[in-house]
Design a protein. Structure first.
Length: 163
């Protein structure tokens, strides 16, 4: 688990090319959640808001984006899906906040319900994409990260690859 995290953060910090297996993505997410929880506890103990946790979040922002894009590549999807999803969620969230500021929370109506439904639907859709098994073999984003050998490699009699 820690090895996957190190691979994402140190070896592939801003690598938006290629593919990431589900295990690489989800072990990174798990370690990220554990470290975020620890940094939030430090912030609470130190009596500061968003100190250590904010710094950590800034530090892993790019690796989080890169592993997410590579995960989408593994299922044959463009990384632009992530950007479009984030922009849509931000627009909905801003709309909710502006609606609450102008209309107040007492007039919670369809204009509040629609953005919430859209945000939840996008989150569920992204979750489904991130848990989907990657494409077998090469796709337009690169070789299958599960496959040790390229499809072009040949196996000799004793089972080793010849490039």
């Amino acid at each position: 688990m820690i090895e996957w995290y190190k691979k994402v953060v140190f070896e592939n910090y801003a690598n938006f090319n290629g593919r990431a297996r589900r295990s690489e993505y989800w072990y990174f997410v798990l370690m990220n959640m554990i470290i975020s929880t620890i940094t939030m506890m430090f912030d609470k103990i130190l009596g500061i808001k968003f100190g250590v946790n904010l710094l950590y979040g800034i530090a892993v922002f790019i690796p989080t984006l890169s592993v997410s894009v590579r995960r989408l590549h593994d299922i044959g999807k463009s990384g632009w899906i992530l950007l479009i999803s984030y922009i849509t969620i931000i627009i909905c969230a801003v709309g909710l906040v502006l609606g609450m500021l102008t209309l107040g929370t007492s007039s919670f109506n369809i204009w509040f319900t629609i953005p919430i439904i859209v945000m939840v639907a996008i989150c569920i859709w992204m979750l489904v994409l991130f848990v989907t098994e990657g494409n077998d073999g090469k796709n337009k984003y690169g070789s299958d990260p599960k496959n040790i050998f390229d499809e072009d490699d040949e196996i000799d009699e004793i089972g080793t690859a010849e490039a």
